[in-house]
Design a protein around this ligand. Structure first.
Ligand code: ARG
Length: 459
């Protein structure tokens, strides 16, 4: 097959099987907008440097935009012998403009070109992820008003631990997502560096202006070493790591809400439009969206692994292995964005089953720690109080009653000084109101956090 990347050095055309084996157009077509943007910036710079005439630049720009429109409309035909998106676009340009089109690749290689396109693509994708993260944070925040005052059990080891405000739980997710946003922003800084002009590996003798193209493309700076530039895919690994952690956060949340929506928990009703039925069991309303969210996070982590292994042991500089970076990179972004898009409405529209939750708040000895802390405040050493309350729980468990129903006699069994006044420390509301430490579930602390997030997220 005839391929434009085969120079006069080849006397034979490419084997058809190799053309099929080595093409990347089937997936890198997704870079077309960024490739065209990069090429227009490159051509603009070539013109300013006197390497292209102004009318040549206008023709190139006009044709590149026409090519973009054909892509937008799905009318651009792919030919595997043209290998990748870069060759497809350049080939179409040459078909339209002849020798003027043949000048575009002056002072540039596909090695710096693909790195540029990919960075531009990742930068846009990270911005979209950030937007979706904010939307999910807002969804959790909207629950805080809706579920104001509702107290739920907090769990450790998935065993009932202490009572907390439901809003406190939602705020915990907002914090996780904020760390995700900070990682996106940090990663974006290292993505936003221009490789363009690094050329194949050594730089070029053509008098290009790398700073100008960087500025035209909105890059923060120019990558410093032409050998490093075209082979560096750290930014791809980093961004997929950031996505993996988002995937993990979503997966943990999905698992929690799958549990919470079971009959056994009865904490949450998921919106039916995000649930599916069973083909045999008529009663089933299944949380498939959450299960898929949990399942899809595995793909993202797998993509991270693929990228790490892909890059391991590559010598400098560009190696064709790097073409394989795109499928896992694209898939990680697609997957996480799809999960984030599904998560926001589910978070917003699910219904907390406040009555079912409160009717069982007396189960699981959620007030034991509050009782222990009340004893500590009466002067009993922590280890002693810890042991004593444990003994009270053991007595209560044996009879199958909550702590509040222990008789005076039973209290005395553990410590003769214990009397009915202990019971005042045993309400669930009282426990929540007793928290004092910063960031606790005390209603005032929670209100402060809600206030802070509102001013941060509702701008
Ligand atoms: N399709 C290639 C990739 O994605 C483009 C760069 C090709 N460069 C080369 N020297 N063969 O990595």
């Amino acid at each position: 097959m005839a391929s434009p990347s085969r120079s006069g050095v080849f006397s034979d055309s490419m084997d058809d099987a190799l053309a099929r084996f080595s093409e990347s157009i089937s997936f890198d077509y997704r870079l077309y907008k960024h490739d065209i943007r990069g090429s227009i910036a490159h051509a603009t710079m070539l013109c300013r440097q006197g390497l292209l005439a102004p009318d040549e630049l206008s023709a190139i720009e006009r044709e590149l935009k026409a090519i973009e429109a054909r892509f937008d409309q799905g009318e651009f035909p792919f030919r595997i012998e043209l290998e990748d998106i870069h060759m497809h676009i350049e080939h179409a340009l040459i078909e339209a403009l002849g020798d003027v089109g043949r000048k575009l690749h002056t002072g540039r290689s596909r090695n710096d070109q693909v790195a540029t396109d990919l960075r531009l693509w990742v930068r846009d994708a990270l911005d979209r992820v950030d937007q979706l993260l904010i939307e999910l944070q807002r969804a959790f925040l909207s629950r805080c008003d809706r579920d104001a005052g509702v107290i739920i059990p907090a769990y450790t080891h998935l065993q009932r631990a202490q009572p907390v405000l439901a809003s406190h739980y939602w705020l915990a997710y907002i914090e996780k997502l904020e760390r995700d946003r900070a990682r996106v922003a940090d990663c974006r800084r290292r993505v936003n560096i221009s490789p363009l002009g690094g050329a194949a590996v050594a730089g070029t003798s053509i008098p290009i202006d790398r700073h100008y193209t960087a500025e035209l493309l909105g890059f923060e700076s120019v990558a410093g070493n032409s050998i490093d530039i075209s082979s560096d895919r750290d930014f791809a690994v980093e961004s997929v790591f950031v996505l993996s952690l988002i995937g993990l956060h979503l997966s943990g949340w999905a698992e929690e809400w799958i549990l919470w929506s079971t009959t056994e928990f009865g904490f949450l009703k998921l919106p039916q439009r995000y649930c599916t039925g069973s083909s045999i069991m008529p009663q089933k309303v299944n949380p498939d969206t959450l299960e898929l969210t949990r399942g899809k996070s595995a793909r993202v982590v797998g993509n991270l692994q693929s990228l790490l292994v892909l890059l391991k042991g590559l010598p400098l500089a560009y190696n064709r292995d790097l073409q394989e970076d795109k499928p896992p990179l694209f898939d990680a972004f697609d997957t996480v964005m799809a999960c984030l898009e599904m998560a926001a409405p589910i978070v917003r529209d699910s219904e907390l089953q406040a009555e079912s939750i409160s009717s069982r708040m007396d189960q699981g000895y959620l007030d034991a720690t509050a009782l222990m802390e009340a004893l500590i405040q009466r002067g009993i050493p922590q280890r002693t109080a810890h042991h004593q309350v444990g003994a009270l729980v053991a007595i209560a468990k044996k009879r199958g009653v909550p702590l509040i129903e222990l008789t005076d006699n039973e209290l005395h069994q553990v410590d003769p000084s214990f009397d009915a006044s202990l019971r005042s420390s045993l309400s669930i509301q009282g426990a929540v109101a007793s928290y004092r430490s910063a960031g606790s579930s005390h209603p005032e602390h929670v209100a402060q956090q809600i206030h802070r997030w509102k001013s941060h997220l509702e701008k």
